[in-house]
Design a protein. Structure first.
Length: 276
């Protein structure tokens, strides 16, 4: 199977799974997103820790999964919010476990166990605030809009970047991602606004147009930072992709790196503007 066909098939399968998670019901959403969280944390820990501290890696993933699950139950099933604090139990165990680690020669890697929780689990748990209203009713349209804008930004940045950026564009952040250019950035920004306007016109992105445009700009800018942050990790550990779960595309962390930063910022904007 040639690479183009492999990438196309895997992209279609990925899109179908995401649409099912966002447009069917809250149970499908919970299962798919919990699975994605676990995979992303495993990819990150494999990249940064390797085979070191395998038991502590399990505790880190367990802490992240617990945080997402409790937030999901709090928003979608009216479980009292005080139970979310239970997510810190695996974190405390992880801290205590660090005292009993015998091999201290690579102890600097231990901080990545906490970074996985802060970098992946915390923002991923915020997704629950985008799909459940105050009554616990589920709707994935807002989150679908966020993902569409973020991935539309990626497509626009790529198309503008390969056509104009490499020849005329000044590099955006050459020390971390040499291929990214300012022309690609502006192309992604333009595309994100167009996608937001189209989603608003068809009734999916249901806010005043000014809010839609502002959120598109926020998602684009913060999404670029999310992409650069993961690129920084990969460059430091000298890996091309975070994983191989999506044939031809890499890992789930490669697909959601922008969303980990952008979506929480989008939700914060809606909360501050009192329109969520």
């Amino acid at each position: 199977m040639n690479n183009f066909l492999k990438r196309t098939i895997s992209a279609v399968v990925f899109a179908v799974i995401m649409l099912a998670a966002l447009l069917t019901n809250k149970f499908t959403f919970g299962i798919v997103m919990l699975f994605a969280l676990i995979v992303m944390m495993c990819e990150f820990l494999r990249m940064t820790c390797g085979k070191s501290y395998w038991f502590s890696q399990i505790l880190s993933v367990l802490a992240g999964a617990t945080l997402f699950t409790l937030t999901y139950l709090f928003k979608g099933f009216d479980v009292p919010g005080r139970f979310v604090i239970l997510a810190f139990v695996p974190v405390f165990i992880l801290m205590i476990n660090s005292l009993y680690v015998k091999d201290k020669s690579r102890f600097d890697k231990f901080s990545n166990l906490y970074a996985a929780i802060l970098y992946i689990a915390v923002p991923w748990s915020v997704l629950n605030f985008a799909v459940f209203n105050q009554e616990g009713e589920f709707s994935g349209l807002l989150l679908l809009s966020f993902f569409a804008i973020i991935w539309g930004t990626d497509v626009g940045a790529y198309l503008f970047g390969i056509t104009l950026g490499q020849k005329y564009g000044k590099k955006l952040f050459p020390s971390i991602s040499p291929k990214k250019s300012w022309i690609g950035f502006w192309g992604g920004l333009f595309t994100s606004v167009i996608v937001a306007i189209l989603l608003n016109k068809v009734g999916i992105f249901r806010f005043d147009m000014c809010h839609c445009i502002v959120m598109a700009i926020l998602l684009c800018v913060t999404g670029v930072y999310g992409d650069l942050i993961e690129s920084q990790w990969k460059r430091h550990y000298e890996v091309k992709d975070s994983g191989t779960i999506i044939p031809g595309h890499g890992g789930l962390l490669d697909r959601f790196d922008s969303a980990l930063i952008a979506i929480p910022i989008g939700i914060i904007y809606l909360v501050v503007m009192n329109v969520l």
